[in-house]
Design a protein around this ligand. Structure first.
Ligand SMILES: [Zn+2]
Length: 237
């Protein structure tokens, strides 16, 4: 084998190892293994579950999500995209006033596998300023798509955030879904201690509209069968 080819292979393998160390391994570790990342309520008291929303706020949908939660007297977590929060301060204020918990879902919803440590630092710094100005005492962080890198983990720790994943999704962001399918998936997948991840923004065009319809059907059903929607702080997290 020619020397140049050999060194090319060595170089590519080293880059592969470094890249895996930087983002691939930490993402899978946090998603499936780490005890520090919350994926479900560790010790639920009876039928406790947590409802969370990502990718908002969106002025077209978030007010309706808040209306449905109010209708059934449910508090939820909103993992907001900070640049969207900055554009919609009234929605953040309403979330806080109505007893919801506002967490961070990054500044601009970028994939942690495709950004540099410098970018991540700036993302966290800008987000912290925005949230502080909006009066949010942010305690929880959920990474876009659940992907992290070494710098994300460093920033989460430095800011004192709790990393929150999920263990129930209902594919509500996809196109060609119906609210009935979303309800069916929720009923099938939710168990004691579940952390449910839905979306009040982003996704396929009009997707959050189906989420809102699904919520209006699913929430009273869950309440009827004895589930209690709690916030993570009520479970000691
Ligand atoms: Zn997201």
């Amino acid at each position: 084998m020619k020397k140049a080819v050999k060194w090319g292979i060595v170089g590519a393998s080293t880059l592969g190892v470094l890249y895996s160390w930087y983002c691939v391994v930490p993402s899978f570790y946090q998603k499936w293994v780490s005890r520090k990342a919350i994926r479900r309520i560790p010790r639920p008291e009876g039928k406790e579950i947590v409802l969370t929303f990502d990718d908002g706020p969106d002025p077209r949908y978030t007010p309706k999500v808040l209306d449905v939660l109010k209708k059934y007297g449910i508090s939820a977590h909103f993992f907001v995209v900070a640049e969207r929060a900055k554009e919609n301060p009234d929605l953040i204020r309403r979330m806080l006033e109505e007893g919801h918990e506002v967490g961070l879902h990054a500044y601009a919803h970028k994939n942690a596998w495709l950004v540099t440590p410098g970018y991540v630092k700036r993302d966290f710094a800008k987000s912290a300023v925005i949230l502080r100005e909006l009066g949010v005492d942010c305690k929880y962080y959920r990474p876009p798509w659940g992907y992290v890198n070494q710098e994300t983990l460093k920033q989460i720790q430095a800011a004192g955030y709790q990393l929150v994943m999920w263990n129930v999704m209902a594919q509500d962001w996809k196109r060609n879904q119906t609210s009935r399918e979303i309800v069916r998936r929720l009923l099938e997948r939710v168990h004691e201690g579940s952390i449910i991840c839905l979306h009040d923004g982003g996704g396929a065009p009009g997707a959050p509209k189906r989420t809102i319809d699904a919520l209006d059907s699913a929430l009273p059903l869950f309440q009827k069968i004895g589930y209690r929607f709690v916030l993570l702080k009520e479970t000691g997290i």
